[in-house]
Structure formats: structure tokens, C-alpha cells
Design a protein around this ligand. Structure first.
Ligand SMILES: [Zn+2]
Length: 453
């Protein structure tokens, strides 16, 4: 999976490159300086008030470039329309990016630095000189000699995830609105909050988006077109013990913490965990545990690309819980498994045009497309299962969620070119009647309801 750029890109790409590069760099730096960190402990939507700082800015910028129906929903999504220049019956295509940055690392006071015409050496970040980006251990960076690399300054993340996507979508929108001779159908623009905490797709978004097909600009390496994500469940295991004063506990106390430890210890540890699996293998991951001798709560996530294997992981966890229950009938152990999201491949493989057209758009620019499976979910996972097929496209972002994050301006430029080519390819489609909303994708009902036991 090593994407490459053909040595001679088409003339149009060369001609457009400088103009988009300047705009992308300027937009990216302005957006990256705005702190938009989301917070998973918050119960509000959006999870943090500060995400409005960028959401409101995008509303006013969309209005000023002439977008129509510009709206900020009560759940914090920005929506807008770019009217069709031809064939109003063509499929309505949405471009999405998320404004929030990951809660895992500081995002206050981001100082983006442009390393222009990158020479191929080490990049030392000025605010923490221990943070070094070295082409020796970053092979993708080694391929970016001569490009303009943007990093943070050493004390924060950069937020290329997903300000790169935001800058690309805004640049595409501005370009199309200024060049009405470019043929395209109806286009919807959408910026979401809270993607990083898994809450980017509000229940109303699929309807409010009113698109037949969508793309998230939230991918990494040049040429990436992702249409396979994990399928995901979470599991809550509750252990109710019997609580007695330890002084009178003989033959009476049933310690919930001992039982919880037994459950964890009985689960596989050298296989089926995130730290022992890669590629297409799934896992059972305990990520939080709390409790007392009286009662304990264990939080698990279950992940796999295949639903039958995901069900096996759930069955294994249940089996371990019931075994612990049998050894101690005085305790009460329950295991509740709840669906989170599903592999978008189940829907997209029924109609691969959203992927095929994106591949065609890449190839038209001399970029070789590739489709690695993503060991996680995207906003597109939820949108796809709600009827809007939504593959994820590259932006160039690298080493996300930490101080080593970086992005190439030229990669953002190629993503911008690719989106423009893609939207033109969709202009000859026949719209909603042609795009099959794939309903249940042939999945069993039990894959969609919360199943508890
Ligand atoms: Zn992202």
C-alpha cells in the first residue's frame, strides 16, 4: 500500500496548484489557531462551547463566498448548499469535515509553523526541542521533499485532524462558487462537531444533510479512499457482590472486585487485545473499571471488521461472565452489549459507485488510489448505516492527536483537486432514483438492536 504520484501530473493540476496552496495554507493556519477541543465527559451538544468559535466563523465565511441555505443547527452542525450548475437531477453530493480536535492532547494556543520547501532533514519544534520529526522514522515525510510542511510548535497538537479537511472543503466550495462554468450537480457542505468523541452524527443529521451520497475529508495519506471501518459494540459488565463488615465476613462476604479480576484474567491476553492485534483482526478491550468490594463495573469495547466475528467476541465475553457466575451463585453478574457502529463496507459493497468515482477522480490527477481498512470508525460509519453512503477521503494529515502531527500543503492541494474532479464526475449521475438507499444491507435484525443479557 504505497501510494505514489505519477511523475507527470496533468497540466490542469500543475496550473491549479499554486493558487490552492496559498488559500489552503492561509485557511488552515487560521482554523488551526482556534481551539475546538471536544470533551467526552460533557453531556451537551456540541460537547464544548468553544467549538462554536470555528462553527460560527465557517457560517459567515460560507455566506460571504455565496453559499446558499447556510445554517447552524441546534446540535452544532454547519450546513450549506452549492446549487447545481447543470443537471439539477444529479445526485446531491455532500462534503463533510469535523471542526473538533482530539481530547487526548493540548489544543490551546496552537502555533502552526510552515516549513517551506522541506529539505528532507529533521524538523525540530521550537517550543519543545525534544519533539523532532525525522524522515528516518517517518517514511511518508521522507517522500515530501520540496513540499510545504505545517507542524505545531511542540506543546500542542496541530489539529490537522480535521482542520485540513475543513480547509479543503472550504476551498472547494469557494472555487466552485466562483467558477460557475464548472459542471456539477447539487452539492451540500457540512461541518460537524464532536467527531473525536464519537458524537459527530446527530440523529437529525442524515435528514438535514439531504444528500444522496457523502464524503468525509478526514483521511490521511495521498490517494486514501476508505470504505471499510470496524464494526463496533460496547459491553458493560456489572458485578454485584455481597457486602458485609470484614470483621463478620467469614463465609458471607462475596467480593465483587475478586470476581471482576477473575473475569478480566479469564479473557484472552496474548490474543484478541488491541495491543496484540493488527490489520484485519478484531479485539475485546477493557478500557475502564471502577468499583468496591460490594459492586464493580467493567467497561469493554468489542471490535471486528466482520459481524460474525464481532458476535463471537461478544459470546466469549458472555461465556466468561456466566462461568464466573456459576462459580459464585451468591453474586449477580450481568453483561450488556450495545451496538455502536457498523462497517460501512456492508452498505457500500452493494453499490460501489461512491468509491469507484473517487478512484476515477484520483487517477485523473495521476494519483494512485488505495483503500486500507480503518481500525476505527468515522462520521461516515453512522451516516452510511443511516442511508447516506459516506467513504472517507485523504487530506494528508499525519501523526494525528499529538505534538508530532503534521500535514503537507501540497497534499491538501491534491485533495482539493480530487474533490473538484469527483464532484464533476457525479454531475452526470441520475440522482436519488439511481442511488439505491441500501436499507438494512442484508444484516440480521439483531445487529441493529441493542441486545442485552
Ligand atoms: Zn478526524
Amino acid at each position: 500500500m504505497s501510494p505514489h504520484v505519477a511523475s507527470e501530473p496533468p497540466a490542469s493540476a500543475v496550473r491549479e496548484k499554486p493558487r490552492f496552496s496559498r488559500e489552503l495554507e492561509e485557511r488552515f493556519i487560521r482554523y488551526a489557531r482556534i481551539d475546538t477541543q471536544s470533551n467526552e465527559k460533557s453531556t451537551t451538544s456540541p460537547s464544548t462551547e468553544k467549538q462554536y468559535d470555528l462553527l460560527r466563523l465557517l457560517v459567515s465565511e460560507l455566506r460571504s463566498i455565496g453559499a446558499q441555505d447556510v445554517k447552524l443547527t441546534e446540535y452544532g452542525a454547519v450546513l450549506a448548499t452549492i446549487p447545481a450548475t447543470t443537471n439539477t437531477d444529479a445526485a446531491a453530493v455532500a462534503l463533510l469535515a469535523h471542526v473538533d480536535t482530539a481530547p487526548q492532547f493540548s489544543s490551546a494556543g496552537v502555533k502552526p509553523i510552515v516549513h517551506r520547501n522541506y529539505s528532507g532533514g529533521e524538523i525540530v519544534l521550537p517550543d519543545d526541542r525534544a519533539i523532532v520529526l525525522s524522515p528516518a522514522n517517518l517514511p511518508y515525510l521522507a517522500r515530501k521533499v520540496g513540499e510545504d510542511i505545517i507542524t505545531a510548535s511542540g506543546t500542542t497538537l496541530l489539529g490537522a485532524d480535521d482542520k485540513a479537511g475543513v480547509a479543503i472543503v472550504m476551498t472547494v466550495a469557494r472555487h466552485l462558487l466562483q467558477n460557475v462554468d464548472l459542471q456539477h450537480g447539487p452539492i451540500r457542505i457540512c461541518f460537524t462537531p464532536d467527531e473525536e468523541i464519537g458524537r459527530g452524527v446527530h440523529d437529525n443529521l442524515p435528514k438535514d444533510l439531504s444528500a444522496d451520497v457523502a464524503y468525509t475529508l478526514d483521511g490521511a495519506e495521498l490517494g486514501e479512499i476508505v470504505y471499510e471501518t470496524f464494526s463496533a459494540d460496547k459491553a458493560d459488565v456489572y458485578v454485584q457482590g455481597v457486602s458485609i463488615h470484614p470483621g463478620q465476613a467469614k463465609d458471607k462476604l462475596v467480593n465483587a472486585l475478586h470476581l471482576a479480576a477473575k473475569i478480566i484474567d479469564t479473557l484472552p491476553q496474548v490474543t484478541l487485545t488491541p495491543e496484540t492485534t493488527t490489520d484485519r483482526d478484531g479485539f475485546i478491550h477493557i478500557y475502564e473499571m471502577s468499583g468496591t468490594a460490594a459492586a464493580a463495573h467493567l467497561h469493554f469495547i468489542l471490535r471486528d471488521f466482520e459481524l460474525d466475528r464481532l458476535r463471537e467476541h461478544g459470546a466469549l465475553l458472555r461465556q466468561v461472565c456466566s462461568t464466573a457466575q456459576v462459580t459464585e451463585p451468591r453474586a449477580l453478574i450481568t453483561c450488556t452489549i450495545t451496538q455502536q457502529y457498523r462497517n460501512m463496507r456492508y452498505w457500500l459493497e452493494k453499490d460501489m459507485r461512491p468509491v469507484e468515482l473517487a478512484r476515477q477522480a484520483c487517477r485523473s490527477l495521476g494519483i494512485e488510489p488505495n483503500s486500507p481498512p480503518t481500525r476505527g470508525g468515522t462520521d461516515g460509519s453512522r451516516l452510511t448505516e443511516r442511508g447516506v453512503p459516506t467513504p472517507n477521503l485523504f487530506t494528508g494529515m499525519q501523526n494525528i492527536h499529538g505534538p508530532h502531527e503534521w500535514v503537507s500543503v501540497q497534499d491538501m492541494g491534491r485533495a482539493t483537486e480530487m474533490c473538484i474532479a469527483l464532484l464533476q464526475l457525479w454531475s452526470t449521475s441520475k440522482g436519488t432514483s439511481e442511488i439505491k438507499r441500501n436499507g438494512d444491507a442484508g444484516l440480521a435484525q439483531e445487529d441493529f438492536v441493542d441486545w442485552a443479557g
